[in-house]
Design a binder for this molecule. Structure first.
Ligand code: ZN
Length: 313
């Protein structure tokens, strides 16, 4: 839009207006040009990369690229071999740190699991399976440990029945050790200890409340309950075992029950329903129906914490 003056001095006014307009246009053009120049010089600075041969005291000659960045500072590339070595060393340190943290965690988990000292080093490798039945027991235990996450999702459990010294505690400890090595939590304790813990919480001056004790027994990913049915126990003791097993069943957390009773006797002690529940989702009952394993253990030097053979005079 342009004003046009009409009147006696219109010619003069119009020409003055034209001058002002032209001056304005020139100013705008100059401003734009200045900006263009700034833009060009900046991009020239960034793309003005220079390459030169440089000697690394360790790796010898390499091509160093450099370019000026803002405010006259110069960016130079380092020796690629030095950079690679630096990164590898950093990765190694990080890897070692992760391994250290993992092994600390496993140590803590195994420490917290309460596995009896004698059975701490027991594994599937040092379980002596000679007969078919022993090999089957080993296979089931190994499978349970190797696929523990799957059993954790179904809440399936194991029951080990059989005479003392047949290797039930060995295999249960091997499973608990393996579970801890997988970064999962396990707790190993006898029925006697579990019931004592609950009963202690009933005292007025108790450190832990009953609920907290049950939480401790129900929350680990795996609970190994040893000596189930050693003493048939009072009704109160039975109720405590049911409370633990039921709590774990509801939370779908696997258990391993170890008992010296025959399967039929255990079924009477715990009830058919409890046994069935434990076998749900792929669990099983293994009968360790062979002679005592202990004479072999005594002479087996490869076994950690093997009992010392009695001295023959
Ligand atoms: Zn270098």
């Amino acid at each position: 839009m342009r004003f046009v003056a009409i009147g006696p001095d219109s010619e003069k006014i119009n020409s003055m207006a034209e001058i002002v307009i032209q001056q304005g246009i020139r100013k705008v053009k100059n401003l734009a040009n200045e900006n263009m120049v700034n833009l060009k010089s900046t991009s020239l600075g960034l793309s003005g990369e220079v390459e030169q041969k440089v000697i690394c005291p360790t790796h010898g000659e390499y091509i160093q690229k450099s370019h000026e960045v803002l405010e006259g500072r110069v960016f130079k590339t380092n020796c690629p071999s030095c950079s690679k070595e630096k990164k590898e060393a950093k990765d190694k340190v990080e890897q070692l740190e992760q391994q250290r943290k993992k092994s600390e965690k496993i140590k803590r988990l195994i420490g917290d699991a309460g596995i009896p000292k004698r059975f701490l080093g027991r594994s599937f490798d040092n379980y002596r399976a000679e007969t078919n039945d022993q090999q089957k027991a080993l296979k089931v235990a190994n499978y349970f440990a190797a696929n523990f996450d799957q059993f954790l999702s179904t809440g399936a459990s194991l029951i080990f029945c059989g005479k003392p010294g047949t290797g039930k505690t060995h295999l249960a400890s091997a499973i608990a050790n393996s579970v801890c090595e997988q970064g999962r939590s396990a707790l190993f304790l006898s029925v006697l200890k579990a019931t004592r813990l609950v009963k202690e919480s009933w005292r007025k001056d108790a450190d832990a409340r009953e609920n907290d004790v049950y939480k401790t027994l129900i929350s680990p990913d795996l609970l190994v309950l040893d000596e189930v049915g050693v003493q048939f126990g009072s009704e109160a003791e039975k109720l405590i075992i049911f409370e633990i097993l039921n709590g774990r069943y509801e939370e779908m957390r696997p258990c391993i029950l170890i008992s010296n009773l025959l399967p039929s006797e255990l079924s009477i002690f715990l009830g058919e329903r409890v046994i069935d529940r434990m076998k749900e989702g792929g669990g099983s009952l293994i009968t360790f129906a062979w002679g005592s394993y202990r004479p072999n253990v005594i002479s087996d030097k490869a076994l950690p914490c093997a009992e010392v053979a009695p001295v023959v005079w």
